[in-house]
Design a protein around this ligand. Structure first.
Ligand SMILES: [Zn+2]
Length: 136
């Protein structure tokens, strides 16, 4: 008589390779988009892998100085770019972290309770680091 294999507890199930490579592809595509958008107005900090800087406006000097009205416009534009930069940078960091978790292990598990993150959640957000229960 054969003994039926004992079903694996959910927490030991490993994501299948094709799902993982789909999610990795999504992350890489998103990373490329975010980097393209950031580099359209910001510069990557050469000292850091994760920091981006929106250049401060050029205010000119002496005779060449920018008229106050133009200056106000330039600073307003700068503020707009900075507020555009921040969420992009945050998201890029999440995506980069998820990619390194794919390489180094730990991807697809909640960083709080270590349980697997439901696949639907990962499909909606491949950079998710927690399950629903521990979502921020
Ligand atoms: Zn959790």
């Amino acid at each position: 008589m054969r003994i039926a294999p004992h079903p694996l507890p959910v927490s030991t199930l490993i994501m299948d390779q094709s799902t993982l490579s789909e999610l990795k592809k999504k992350l890489l595509a998103e990373k490329a988009l975010l980097e393209a958008e950031l580099s359209s107005f910001a510069k990557k900090d050469p000292e850091s892998r994760t920091d981006w800087e929106t250049p401060t406006p050029d205010v000119g000097q002496g005779e060449e100085s920018v008229p106050p009205d133009d200056l106000a416009d330039k600073f307003e534009e700068y503020e707009n770019l900075v507020s555009r930069e921040q969420p992009l940078e945050t998201r890029l960091n999440e995506v980069t972290r998820a990619l390194s978790r794919i390489e180094e292990g730990g991807y697809g598990t909640c960083r709080v309770c270590k349980k697997p993150i439901p696949q639907e959640r990962l499909e909606a957000n491949p950079a998710a680091m927690t399950d629903m229960e521990h979502a921020e």
